[in-house]
Design a protein around this ligand. Structure first.
Ligand code: 5GP
Ligand code: MG
Length: 196
């Protein structure tokens, strides 16, 4: 476990009133992210000088990614891929749409780690895993901060999971509702009257 954790100080925000309850506090998130980084570092300890290739699924994973990578000791390259499964004001998946040529890094023969915010129905990860596998990586693993129960098909799995959570729509720490709340430092549930 690292001796310093990455999270912002407590202060009031205009978003606080929109949150019904906090599910995971910033201190818990920070502690778990450091543990995940330890697991990942152990898994890739013999990776060699080519290092790791991270592929971050935009935009929900940006904060998780930025905290996670600062705990990782190996050389790495960072790519991003765009998938939108909740366009606009929706809280149920409309099916992921992989925009073409949205992967900005070469993954052939690389050790690839996908980083995503949350595994829910698994549709997003399924598409991304297939896309990356088709490009011939040396290895392919997946890390998600959150995982919801029961909806993902058995072949869509994550190798590293931060927290298993209940089946509720969450915001904060990178996760949005209608593109807001990504900068809220904890992970919480919105007041139901805010959903359109
Ligand atoms: P899946 O394709 O597994 O159903 O969903 C994955 C994507 O949907 C995630 O990367 C995330 O962007 C979005 N998503 C799923 N559940 C939630 C949630 O509870 N809150 C938010 N803000 N986004 C979610
Ligand atoms: Mg996402």
């Amino acid at each position: 476990m690292q001796d310093s954790l990455l999270y912002p100080p407590k202060r009031k925000t205009v978003m606080d009133n929109d949150i019904e309850r906090i599910l995971i506090r910033r201190e818990q998130i920070a502690r778990r992210v450091a543990e995940l980084a330890d697991d990942i570092a152990r898994t890739y300890k013999d990776i060699g000088k080519g290092g790791l290739t991270l592929v971050s699924i935009l935009s929900g994973s940006i904060i998780f990614l930025s905290d996670l990578i600062r705990h990782l000791p190996m050389k790495m390259r960072i790519g991003v891929i765009t998938v939108s499964s909740y366009p606009g004001a929706r809280t149920t998946s409309q099916g992921p749409k992989l925009q073409q040529q949205q992967l900005n890094i070469d993954v052939a023969a690389q050790h690839v780690l996908i980083v995503d915010d949350i595994l829910d129905t698994g549709q997003t990860l399924d598409v991304v895993q297939q896309t990356l596998r088709a490009r011939g990586p040396a290895s392919l693993r997946t890390c998600v901060l959150l995982r919801k129960p029961g909806k993902a098909p058995p072949h869509v799995t994550a190798d590293f999971v931060g927290f298993d959570i209940e089946n509720v729509f969450v915001v904060g720490y990178g996760l949005d509702y209608n593109d807001h709340y990504r900068n809220w430092p904890d992970i919480g549930v919105l007041r139901p009257q805010l959903y359109r």
